[in-house]
Design a binder for this molecule. Sequence first.
Ligand SMILES: Cc1cc2nc3c(=O)[nH]c(=O)nc-3n(C[C@H](O)[C@H](O)[C@H](O)COP(=O)(O)O)c2cc1C
Length: 211
Amino acid sequence: MNIIESLNWRYATKRMTGKKLPAKDLQTILDAIRLSASSYGLQPYHVIIIEDEAVKKQLQSMAYGQAQIVESSHVLVFTAWSNVNESKIDEYLQAYSDTSGMPVEKLIAFGLKDRMMQAIVSLSPQQQFSWAAKQAYIALGTGLIAAASLQIDATPMEGFIPAQVDELLGLKEKNLGSVVILALGYRDLENDMYQKAPKHRWSAEKLFTKI
Ligand SMILES: Cc1cc2nc3c(=O)[nH]c(=O)nc-3n(C[C@H](O)[C@H](O)[C@H](O)COP(=O)(O)O)c2cc1C
């Protein structure tokens, strides 16, 4: 399948079979998420991978009973940093320096730290979380495309109660907040009527303007 065929093949799967993903396919999806683009490259999010059936069951009760959660192979909970402070920026600069071989002092001299402090750390906690959540959504999209390319079904899900999920996963203590869920698995060919639904999208004329 080419990329467009894969994107037509995928749909937000409502019913799954419970079949497990091969470890290497799960790893490919996680690698894709890890390689996702993010503003400043900061990746201000953390992804929790849930396979434990009892935890999935609890999660389902916080997600309006949606069946995919317990019928999936794995559930990924995308969480965003709720506090982007100076020490997070310093940690990032050090990690960037380790990868690139560029001394931290040089990165600071280029103005990178100042720009990140100004653009992110100066925001209110609520604005920081909202900015971090946007980055998490890009990673979600990358994961969705990776899953489709492997013909693994996936459901992006906002239909859950974040405060309850934060409590279940102990996120507050880690300065994280749940943002969006990705259920991964295999469509139930017999019981998921949504697989036959036509793709409803705005026309190209409505969606794009060429200048
Ligand atoms: C951020 C986000 C949240 C969503 N939340 C849910 C959800 O809680 N449950 C669900 O079944 N589908 C959910 N969807 C799926 C959308 O309804 C679906 O992607 C959209 O209707 C387009 O259909 P398709 O993905 O099947 O092509 C969500 C999609 C996105 C991107």
